[in-house]
Design a binder for this molecule. Structure first.
Ligand SMILES: CCCCCC/C=C/C(=O)SCCNC(=O)CCNC(=O)[C@H](O)C(C)(C)COP(=O)(O)OP(=O)(O)OC[C@H]1O[C@@H](n2cnc3c(N)ncnc32)[C@H](O)[C@@H]1OP(=O)(O)O
Length: 315
């Protein structure tokens, strides 16, 4: 709307306040406002106590290990017997870990996996083991997924993926929201959404064509073509590939060096690179979640999940 005149003091102040937020999405602005007011209220102490309990929960979460050292907050997917497949609880724990990492003392935040896999994507039993059945699981899934992806879109510090082994599904699509991706030459990148009767998520319907061009994105997102680490590098999804034998040593030495760079400068440069895309990414995320919710209830998807759970199918 046009800026109110100088004598319309109230509306002019409101206009200027909204304008100073730039392209900040309305929902994020509302949440920031709620957070600010909560921190001012008499119950702030009680809620900050709650926050400490929540922080501890994230640190203690059995399947996500969060540590902070040498300027690096490390979020490790720690469910190797299930190839680090993501449970509903892990999505929630990661949201919280990112929230904490955005304000802790670290300069950069890194994701990696324990064991031979980086992550085999969504735990397919999230849907079959839900108490209220598929309908309820799909509704809950869409809400959790939207918040989960939002926390990557809005993350303010450099976010790095250390891809130690194969990555599947959402573990791959999310990489488009990372600032750097380092991969072992043993890593593979697989998004078998059509095989599973599902559709892309984590803004990959937007980021992948942008990163690799629509023809290559189609091969991955529609036809489920699995890429080697070198192919993913050639297509711009991966920053650099390392021999598996020296992967850990080389990557962590490099990251420790990066973590010594001036943190505010890195944060501001990230803002310049990413901020003009944020509104678009939030809109894409919302649309992908709505589409997925419908797909999860489709016969194609239910059959694919049942085939996996009953051990008839694997990727
Ligand atoms: C809030 C909801 C958001 C949802 C977002 C939408 C996300 C979509 C996706 O991520 S789609 C991708 C989903 N992932 C898969 O389809 C992978 C399924 N897994 C497999 O095909 C295979 O397990 C494998 C190729 C990853 C590995 O094969 P293999 O090396 O032969 O190992 P196992 O199959 O024996 O696996 C060991 C153990 O792990 C269990 N497991 C592995 N991945 C998953 C998974 N994604 N979900 C559930 N369970 C998984 C597997 O069943 C074995 O368990 P067991 O030892 O038999 O108890």
């Amino acid at each position: 709307m046009p800026k109110p005149g100088v004598f319309d003091l109230v509306n002019k102040a409101k206009w200027e306040a909204w304008n100073s937020l730039g392209s900040l999405p309305k929902e994020t602005a509302r949440q920031n406002y709620v957070d600010l007011v909560s921190s001012l209220s008499p119950s702030a102490e009680a809620s900050s106590q709650g926050k400490h309990e929540a922080d501890e929960k994230a640190q203690k979460s059995k399947d996500i290990v969060v540590t902070s050292e040498d300027g690096i907050t490390k979020i490790v997917l720690n469910r190797p017997t299930k190839k680090n497949a993501l449970t509903f609880e892990m999505y929630q724990d990661i949201i919280l870990a990112l929230k904490n990492a955005s304000t802790d003392n670290s300069a950069i935040t890194v994701f990696t996996g324990t064991g031979d896999y980086y992550c085999s994507g969504n735990d397919l039993t999230n849907f079959t083991s839900a108490a209220g059945g598929m309908e309820e699981a799909a509704s809950k899934g869409a809400v959790v997924l939207r918040e989960f992806v939002n926390s990557f879109i809005d993350f303010p510090k450099p976010l790095v993926a250390v891809v130690n082994g194969p990555a599947v599904g959402i573990a791959v699509t999310l990489l488009g929201l990372f600032d750097a991706v380092y991969a072992s030459d043993k890593a593979t990148f697989h998004t078998p959404f059509s095989h599973l009767g599902q559709s892309p998520e984590a803004c990959s319907s937007y980021t992948f064509p942008k990163i690799m061009g629509s023809a290559k994105a189609t091969e991955m997102l529609l036809f489920g073509k699995k890429l080697t680490a070198r192919e993913a590098w050639a297509q711009g999804l991966v920053s650099e590939v390392f021999p598996d034998s020296t992967f850990e040593k080389e990557v962590w030495t490099r990251l420790k060096g990066y973590a010594k760079l001036p943190p505010n400068s890195m944060r501001i440069s990230k803002e310049l690179i990413r901020n003009n895309e944020k509104e678009k990414l939030h809109a894409v995320n919302a649309e992908e979640c709505t589409t997925l919710k419908a797909k999860w209830l489709s016969e194609e998807c239910i059959n694919a999940i049942m085939n996996f759970v009953s051990r008839k199918a694997k990727l």
